[in-house]
Design a binder for this molecule. Structure first.
Ligand code: GAL
Length: 365
């Protein structure tokens, strides 16, 4: 195994050459009671830096939760920056490093299937985190993704008011190679299809906000600025891209726009009236279940005790899963959700420019 330098108190440092090539960093305790000389090592593989949640919440929370359950665990962390080949290389490097388990958010589920198989053949269990991965995974932690879509769809209908029947919307779906995107879309369309007219619908490779921005401009030119009653955006990045295109094209008033991920920018847009809603998928419980599965898998323990559900993988195998419940957030429940859970303080959300708007909606410290 490649020697790993440890780091203390979360300060990530690059490790051995092979790791550096693949962009891995290691953090955690040194040596200990794992099943090899280096102690127990857990690899975290994130898909991109496009969506803020992965590096801002999931990584630090997973590290903390893993350390709480396993004092001498080392966490090796890699971000594929949206590139399938990079993520494959990162899995390979972790196999070479001899990690004891991996937590994987696949950039592209199908393309990573072979890498998951390779890890399995090397005896390394893979926990699919947030997105179902293809191949022989050992466990899966996520939110009910169809429910996310239904929450978004219902909130949009509510915001459309008397345009909920027969109004026209533009639909910005996520990355088609992310299995969650398919479920978000399915859930949303199950609520929206019979009610509103879908003027234009787009998929958004790699969840890129700038692609949504371009598509929204295209939809405005094709449909006409004043014919768009609402926008279904699958996440906050796509919402941001769509809203800036609506503003650039002087669409006033802005139609209601949905989102997902409870990004700080989205909450500010919600308070300011530019975005109608987001979906909050509490990061803590997801990281806690992911860490519990990863530590148990690394120790060769059974995951059934942690699992609350089962899901069928692409191989037709049932695997232990934890399926969590997403929460719809509009201006009226920011305090009772994100502020209450300590994700953001009112001071963080309420910038000086938003102070008056925050006062109006009761977001005062
Ligand atoms: C999904 C995930 C969402 C969102 C999106 C963009 O798989 O469930 O929370 O972050 O990816 O990366």
């Amino acid at each position: 195994m490649m020697p790993l330098k440890r780091c203390t108190r979360g300060a990530a440092i690059a490790v051995a050459a092979v790791s550096m090539a693949a962009g891995l960093t290691a953090c955690g305790g040194g040596g200990g009671s794992g099943d090899d000389q280096e102690g127990t090592e857990i690899g975290l593989l994130l898909p991109d830096s496009t969506t803020a949640r992965w590096e801002t919440y999931d990584v630090p929370l997973l590290k903390k939760e893993i350390k709480e359950r396993c004092g001498d665990c080392t966490v090796v962390h890699a971000n594929a920056k949206g590139d399938v080949a990079t993520q494959r290389q990162q899995v390979d490097s972790m196999i070479t490093e001899g990690v004891d388990a991996m937590v994987l958010v696949a950039v592209d589920a199908r393309s990573l299937g072979a890498a998951v198989r390779k890890a399995d053949q090397a005896g390394i269990p893979v926990i699919a985190y947030d997105r179902l991965a293809e191949g022989p995974i050992s466990g899966f932690v996520t939110f009910d993704a169809e429910e996310v879509g239904r929450l978004q769809g219902r909130a949009l209908l509510e915001a459309l008011g008397d345009r909920a029947d027969g109004g026209q919307i533009v639909v910005m779906n996520g990355d088609p190679s992310d299995p969650n995107s398919i479920s978000f879309k399915k859930g949303a369309l199950s609520v929206l299809s019979d009610r509103v007219k879908i003027g234009k619908m787009y998929d958004t490779p790699l969840w890129r906000a700038e692609v949504a921005n371009k598509n929204m401009s295209g939809a405005i030119s094709a449909l006409g600025a004043d014919t768009i009653d609402g926008v279904y955006a699958a996440n906050d990045g796509l919402a941001a891209g769509s809203i800036s295109a609506l503003k650039a094209n002087k669409v006033t008033p802005l139609p209601p726009v949905t989102g997902q991920d409870a990004e700080l920018g989205a909450l500010r847009r919600i308070v300011g009236g530019d975005q109608h809603m987001t979906v909050y998928k509490p990061f803590g419980p997801e990281a806690s279940a992911g860490a519990a599965m990863a530590v148990a898998a690394a120790r060769g323990e059974n995951l059934d005790e942690i699992a609350t559900d089962e899901v069928r993988t692409s191989d037709g195998k049932e695997v232990p899963a934890v399926l969590l419940t997403p929460v719809s957030v509009t201006v009226g429940n920011i305090r009772d959700t994100l502020v209450k859970d300590g994700v953001y303080t009112i001071q963080q959300i309420c910038t000086p420019q938003l102070r008056a708007a925050c006062d109006r909606v009761g977001l005062t410290a």
